[in-house]
Design a binder for this molecule. Structure first.
Ligand code: 13P
Length: 390
């Protein structure tokens, strides 16, 4: 099954009254386990990458691995930047292959949160990528990740939630109704009336951060009140650590046994929570209503004019440098013909995140500046085309 459009996936979940699990991956074994667990439950799934975890792994390499797993998955998958810190983080994550982003400005005052989120929404929507914003504040309490979310809980106000969604244009709203990131001290107390009031004022799918530590009953009661995405990590981390430490107790068992044990433990918990969230058994119907997420190859076959001479390398370097930084561009590179008698000796090979990204790229002022100043005047001999990738 292909990667799918996350907005379609979560709108369907909200309409049908279930939630999709968004599980943070911290290595490629987690990615495999998350997808395996979802496949076992026949559930759509989101593989997330939390920016606060980037110190632990090579983000470009891990997203590439996740993209490869997702394309071979037997359930619909979306790849997501969790707790993105800035517009630049979102641009970079889209370049690397995610198809949904969160901008987390929830620690800022309302107006600043709106401004920071809007700037990401403007960029991301331009290239077809949906955005999650957060209003209210979900802190960490103790244990894994707690120190990354310092401070006190601030619950989301239903009135502000509606204003925030209108002012920012976010596609999904993360709300604070009593959950915390990481392990819980004591019993979680959820403000379900508040959640229900938010769901009445806000039409977009709602998101819960801090899924770990809630009882199955509490998780179900969140889903029943409009939550369509539940972020879940610390429990997976704890189960993985326990499985690894058991397997490694006897050194002679070997490291590969720990990898297998971790994958099995994480996959089981993913499958179990997909059941609790109501996502189990929903893979086929979800796939049927989701657009598939497909990159576009923008290809220009060309020859530099004779007068360009040695400047060709410099012209191409400038293009590579400038074009590959534009939002929605996954790669901008030049290919050289391998046959000397080919009618075109050079090719711009520009991979874009989506058809929307292609449209944005064609209008982008930096692209037009390069095209009109450097490329077109010196490469009159050219043909081009745009192709959807499988
Ligand atoms: P937990 O680690 O508490 O499950 O929360 C995960 C999360 O909200 C990631 O964004």
């Amino acid at each position: 099954m292909p990667l799918v459009d996350l907005k379609d996936m979560l709108r369907h979940a909200r309409a049908k009254g279930f939630a999709v699990g968004a599980y943070d991956a911290v290595d490629s074994n987690f990615v495999a386990a998350i997808i395996e667990g979802a496949e076992a439950a026949r559930a759509p799934v989101i593989v997330s990458f939390a920016e606060s975890h980037f110190a632990h792994y090579d983000f470009p390499a891990l997203v590439a691995a996740a993209e490869s797993h997702a394309k071979r998955a037997r359930v619909p998958v979306a790849l997501f930047l969790d707790h993105g810190a800035s517009r630049e983080s979102a641009v970079e994550a889209i370049r690397l292959g995610v198809n949904g982003v969160m901008v987390d400005a929830s620690h800022l005052p309302f107006d600043e949160n709106v401004a920071a989120t809007r700037s990401v929404v403007g960029m991301a929507h331009g290239v077809g990528v949906p955005v999650e914003g957060e209003l209210g504040y979900v802190p960490g309490v103790e244990g894994v990740d707690a120190e990354r979310h310092p401070g006190e809980i601030r619950l989301t106000s239903p009135r502000e939630a509606a204003l925030y969604v209108d002012a920012t244009g976010v596609d999904f709203l993360a709300v604070s109704v009593g959950t915390v990131h990481g392990r819980l001290r004591g019993e979680p107390r959820l403000d379900l009336d508040r959640l229900a009031a938010i769901a009445v004022t806000v039409g977009v799918p709602l998101v819960i951060h801090g899924g770990t530590g809630l009882t199955d009953e509490q998780l179900r009661s969140l889903v029943a009140r409009g939550v369509a995405k539940i972020n879940y990590y610390t429990a997976l981390s704890d189960l993985a650590a326990a499985a690894a430490s058991n397997a490694l107790a006897d050194v002679e068992t070997g490291y590969a046994a720990a990898i297998d044990a971790v994958r099995a433990a994480v996959a089981d918990e993913v499958a179990r929570t997909c059941e609790v969230f109501g996502a189990a058994g929903r893979a086929d119907e979800t796939l049927a209503v989701c657009r598939s997420w497909r990159n576009v190859e923008h290809v220009i076959l060309f020859n530099w004019s004779d007068e360009v001479g040695d400047r060709a390398a410099e012209f191409e370097a400038e293009g590579r440098e400038r074009l590959s930084r534009l939002p929605g561009v996954r790669e901008a590179t030049v290919g050289a013909a391998i046959h000397a008698d080919a009618p075109y000796q050079r090719a711009w090979l520009i991979r874009l995140a989506s058809a929307a990204a292609e449209a944005a790229y064609m209008k982008d002022p930096a692209h037009l500046d390069y095209a009109n100043r450097v490329f077109r005047p010196h490469a009159a001999d050219r043909i081009k085309g745009d192709f959807l990738r499988d």
